[in-house]
Design a binder for this molecule. Structure first.
Ligand SMILES: Cc1cc2nc3c(=O)[nH]c(=O)nc-3n(C[C@H](O)[C@H](O)[C@H](O)COP(=O)(O)OP(=O)(O)OC[C@H]3O[C@@H](n4cnc5c(N)ncnc54)[C@H](O)[C@@H]3O)c2cc1C
Ligand code: SF4
Length: 541
């Protein structure tokens, strides 16, 4: 065995790759993790809204192209932990119905090749691993779960509790959003999370967000059989002469090219970069791109229809950690619109600095400071449907081209209408119905005019399925066309559902991890002993 030969190579350390690395680490197998980025530097700027939201300091400086050939500056991050370093850590299970076919106003959301019940045990493991805080039974659309959340829900602050009570009085069923932050409200002095106002969109300076670096990669690399190489950009995958096996992973590192090989190669670069990597790896046996005999690689890009809606109230909103309240009453439709609409929750509390670059028309008599002090900042998500013409391709100079035409938009407009109606029905004790001056949409991607740049929820470009003609991966997320190639990031989604994607990516990575352990002949007893040792070490630290 040469130094460059491994049992498993995992490319990317985000929700998919990071979780898989954690799961496989105690197997004793030689594992190489390749990550194009470095660690997020720990610095005060981590929590500075100007640096993070206005200057976009931690975003990649890479530029892609849109369908018209115009430069696109994606709002995405290349670091150990991937986008989970910056995510809001709202960790939702998809709804049971999301795994079946669902009829939307804009078309069909297709069924998955696995059912909710197949993924349920892994959702549970992922919730434990990522320390999800939530209350079962509150969310009316929540699927059945085999155990409670490992931690109680993060409490609402008074303004949000008041809104929750108002919503409940008007007949809605507001619930606590499940979040992965290491907050111990019963023991604030010892709590790792300090409940701050710079969580969603920011890296956590004190390492208290359950992201894939802190929770998974840092633990995985404690095992001597696991190697992490940062600043290692995978350029292409090469196959043997049969085209059935990836034999070489070509990496740009320290200014030169290196090659690594493994029995199993797992791609987890995020839905857009994974598709780009396969397309760039075309060869004689795979002329349209690696594993692309179906011509599906890169197609069906989805990213949700998202919007931020600010309700400016006369009452101030001094909330610090706002992302605690959700409303799913319209997820599957309502009496007056019998199609799915989506999910309502919150973004982190907006501040005047962040608003400066993307503020909506100012409410009468409000400055930006006042707006920020009085706004309730909602996050609305609706499902976008898989359209083969919405796709990732490789354009001039090898740049990523992202072609996307939004669809199913009536669902989102209806959802916005439902929120406006719900806000009118709330009755402030001081100001009555007049409290909320209105709802304003805000351009979330500060300093960037192109909404397409908001690729936070990217998924769907390398879908899994039973039929090799209509999918790239089989139900175990192995490429139909290549025997040792797997994909475990958000690419595998055949439909995007309308809740945040990360927990499903994590749960699926654990599921694929179990499959890989069988494939690699890992001894279950030895694995359990190693995992137990990990637990004991963690307790003694
Ligand atoms: C601001 C923000 C807030 C969000 N909030 C939430 C939320 O509250 N809840 C939720 O569920 N989701 C949220 N998301 C989305 C969530 O972060 C993603 O769904 C999730 O991280 C995707 O996981 P992934 O494994 O597909 O990709 P990523 O996490 O993006 O990981 C991909 C990794 O691959 C690396 N990589 C890429 N190309 C290469 C290459 N060629 N060679 C080597 N390495 C490579 C990248 O550097 C990265 O580390 C948010 C995202 C953002 C940006
Ligand atoms: S709220 Fe907690 S987890 Fe989030 S950034 Fe602040 S300290 Fe970190």
């Amino acid at each position: 065995m040469t130094d460059n030969r491994y049992d498993v190579i995992i490319i990317g350390t985000g929700a998919g790759g990071g979780t898989l690395a954690y799961h496989l680490a105690p197997s004793g197998k030689r594992i190489l993790i390749l990550e194009r980025g470095d660690y997020v530097p720990r610095e005060k700027a981590n929590w500075d809204p100007q640096v993070v939201n206005v200057d976009g300091h931690y975003n990649t400086k890479e530029s892609w192209l849109d369908k018209d050939g115009k430069d696109l500056h994606p709002h995405t991050n290349y670091y150990v932990g991937g986008n989970t370093k910056f995510y809001g850590a709202a960790l939702f299970r998809l709804r049971k119905e999301d795994f079946g076919e669902l009829r939307h106003k804009g078309g069909i959301s297709p069924a998955w090749p696995i059912s909710y019940d197949d993924l349920e045990p892994y959702y549970m493991q992922a919730e434990n691993l990522y320390q999800v805080h939530g209350n079962r039974g509150e969310d009316p659309t929540e699927p059945e779960a085999s155990s409670p959340y490992p931690w109680p829900a993060v409490s609402h602050e008074p303004r949000i509790q008041q809104l929750s009570d108002d919503f409940a009085r008007s007949g809605l069923k507001p619930f606590h959003v499940p979040v992965g932050v290491m907050l111990d409200e019963k023991n604030p002095q010892k709590s790792r999370c300090i409940r701050c106002n710079t969580c969603d969109g920011f890296a956590c300076l004190v390492g208290a967000k359950s992201d894939a670096q802190v929770v998974c990669i840092d633990e995985a690399i404690k095992h001597p059989n696991v190697t992490l190489l940062t600043n290692s950009l995978v350029k292409r995958l090469e196959t043997d002469s049969s085209g059935r096996e990836v034999k070489s992973v070509v990496v740009e590192r320290n200014g030169s090219l290196e090659a690594y090989s493994a029995d199993v190669v797992v791609v987890s670069c995020g839905a857009i970069n994974s598709a780009a990597l396969l397309l760039r790896s075309a060869n004689d046996k795979h002329p349209r791109g690696l594993a692309n005999s179906s011509d599906i690689v890169g197609r069906h890009y989805m990213g949700h229809t998202n919007s931020v809606m600010m309700a400016i109230s006369k009452c101030p909103n001094p909330t610090i950690f706002q992302k605690t309240l959700g409303v799913n009453d319209f997820y599957f439709g309502s009496k007056d619109f019998e199609y799915p609409m989506g999910h309502i929750s919150f973004v982190g509390k907006l501040d005047a600095i962040t608003l400066k670059a993307g503020a909506p028309a100012i409410a009468p008599n409000f400055t930006l400071e006042l707006m920020a002090k009085h706004s309730l900042d909602f996050w609305l998500t609706s499902e976008d449907l898989p359209d083969p013409n919405n796709r990732v391709t490789i354009g001039r100079d090898g740049k990523i081209v992202l072609t996307y035409t939004p669809n199913n938009l009536e669902a989102h407009e209806r959802l916005q209408g439902k929120l406006k109606q719900a806000m009118k029905q709330t009755n402030c004790a001081m100001h009555g119905h007049e409290c909320h001056q209105g709802l304003f949409g805000r351009n979330l991607y500060v300093g960037q005019q192109i909404p397409l740049a908001g690729v936070a929820h990217q998924n769907g470009t390398i879908r899994f399925g039973h039929d090799p003609k209509t999918s790239v991966l089989d139900a175990n997320c192995k490429a139909h066309d290549v025997d040792n190639l797997y994909v475990v990031d958000g690419s595998f989604f055949p439909s995007s559902a309308a809740v945040n994607p990360a927990l499903t990516i994590m749960a699926n990575a654990l599921r694929v991890g179990d499959h890989l352990m069988k494939r690699l002949g890992v001894c279950e007893t030895a694995y359990e002993q190693n995992r137990q040792q990990d637990r004991e070490l963690a307790v003694s630290r």
